[in-house]
Design a protein around this ligand. Structure first.
Ligand code: NAD
Ligand code: SAH
Length: 411
């Protein structure tokens, strides 16, 4: 039995799922291939990934290819109740509800695992960590899984080093068709869509401080500049700092940037990027948002202890009033703003990320029994396959090497 908030929302949810299908041609094509091959016949797949329309389409593709699918979200705030209801009405077991407590969120992860999936899809590593915490006699053999995001991969590699990874995991994030587009262009667009919808204030002419100039940070900084903001980047990696500077951004420490920013956006995957000493010097009505994993980049405990009062000023905006009457506005409780206060990346972007997910699962089945309990990067030819299908769907043709050229390049 699915565990969702309101089954009556199914119709709207199904409309949202129908809508994204039109913009996910690569996943549709790969889905047709998987369906013809019945790749997942008899397999159970457990997923913990944002319960959103594009995810729902991925779940349906896997189901059509023969799998029984059990799905939950990977963040209590990103679940869309109508999508959860729509997906449940289409034959996927869904355990997800918007805004659930930490406790219920964890219960939903355990519910997925109670079905003893053969394969998992994880976004951030919470499903795998839940499996690891099960008593030994409650565990079963999992063929393997696919991990979607940067921080999830960091958690997996920690386990790999400690030799405690329980089964093979495919690193989807490091495929080019994932992080080049999803982390950069997806996060670049969806972070700003969410911030602008939530705040309804002007970006042009404002000072935007972006913490972290990795793939996500690059996208956020690039789009901020495109809208006419003055962009400052903070970094801990000297190489990335030079790159940001040569791309025309001001680079400085967070201590220097704190009194200057109108918007602060963290995308580091690190903790305590913005803390008490920064809040103390920020401008009145500065906005704080996070687009990285978890809710630890902006230290909200520090902010709460500095504040005289806090209140919800608008949906998804908490205002903290500090000494002297300054207010700092925190978006989406410091959770990743593009999903907690928005709809996440556009469908065309998730088309590539989720095509890689589907191919990653197929790859695990093909190599079942041959793989060690390690983190594997998705083979290059699958990355190329997604790029080829996507380019074709975009109606773009490119040149191809002649044999003579290939020999010259030693390919
Ligand atoms: P990345 O490794 O490419 O970039 C992170 C950058 O942050 C690095 O350049 C690093 O040097 C820098 N950094 C680390 N600690 C810092 C600190 N204290 N101050 C300033 N800079 C610091 O990673 P990425 O792919 O850009 O992902 C960043 C985070 O966003 C991860 O947690 C990832 O899981 C998450 N993510 C979110 C979305 C989304 O939809 N919001 C999409 C993809 C990834
Ligand atoms: N559990 C973590 C998840 C990190 S989210 C947390 O809540 O903090 C980062 C991932 O979300 C990205 O790698 C991206 O691929 C994925 N994502 C972004 N937009 C999405 C969407 N519309 N639907 C599903 N997943 C999405």
């Amino acid at each position: 039995m699915s565990k969702i908030n309101d089954p009556e929302l199914a119709l709207t949810g199904k409309q949202k799922i129908e809508w994204v299908k039109d913009f996910m041609p690569a996943l549709t094509k790969i889905g047709q291939e998987l369906k013809e091959k019945r790749t997942f016949a008899g397999r159970k797949i457990g997923m913990s990934i944002h319960m959103e329309a594009k995810t729902a389409y991925l779940a349906l593709i896997l189901k059509e290819a023969g799998a029984r699918v059990y799905a939950t979200g990977c963040n209590p705030l990103s679940t869309q109740d109508d999508v959860a209801a729509g997906l449940a009405s289409l034959g996927v077991q869904v355990y997800a509800a918007h805004g659930v407590s930490e406790n219920l969120y964890r219960q939903h992860l355990r519910k997925v695992l109670q079905n003893q999936p053969d394969l998992i899809i994880d976004d951030g590593g919470d499903l795998l960590e839940t499996y690891c915490k099960l008593p030994e006699d409650a565990k079963w053999t999992v063929i393997g899984g696919c991990e979607e995001t940067t921080t999830g991969i960091i958690r997996l590699k920690k386990r790999e080093r400690a030799k405690t990874l329980p089964f093979p995991m495919m690193d989807i994030n490091d495929a080019c068709c994932k992080h080049y587009y999803d982390n950069r262009f997806g996060t670049g667009q969806s972070t700003w869509t969410a911030i602008m919808d939530t705040t309804n204030v002007l970006v042009a002419g404002k000072t935007v401080v972006v913490a972290g100039y990795g793939y996500c940070g690059k996208g956020i900084a690039m789009r901020a500049r495109g809208m006419g903001a003055d962009v400052i980047v903070t970094e801990v990696d000297p190489v990335k700092a030079i790159e940001a500077n040569l791309n025309g951004f001001r680079v400085m420490t967070m201590d220097e940037a704190a009194p200057l920013g109108d918007f602060f956006i963290t995308a580091t995957g690190c903790k305590d990027v913005i803390t008490a000493r920064h809040f103390m010097v920020m401008k009145d009505n500065a906005f704080l948002a996070n687009s990285g994993h978890f809710d630890v980049e902006i230290n909200l405990d520090d902010l709460a202890s500095l504040a005289y009062s806090s209140s919800e000023r608008r949906e998804n905006i908490t205002g903290y009033v500090l000494e002297g009457g300054r207010t700092l506005n925190v978006l989406a409780e410091g959770r990743l703003v593009n999903l907690a206060a928005g709809k996440g990346h556009p469908a065309e972007i998730m088309d590539m990320s989720f095509s890689l997910q589907a191919l990653g699962l197929e790859c695990l089945i093909k190599h079942c029994g041959e793989l060690e309990n390690k983190v594997y990067v998705l083979p290059d030819y699958l990355d190329q396959k997604v790029a080829d299908i996507k380019l074709d769907a975009m109606g773009i043709r490119i040149d191809h090497l002649t044999q003579d050229q290939a020999d010259y390049l030693n390919i």
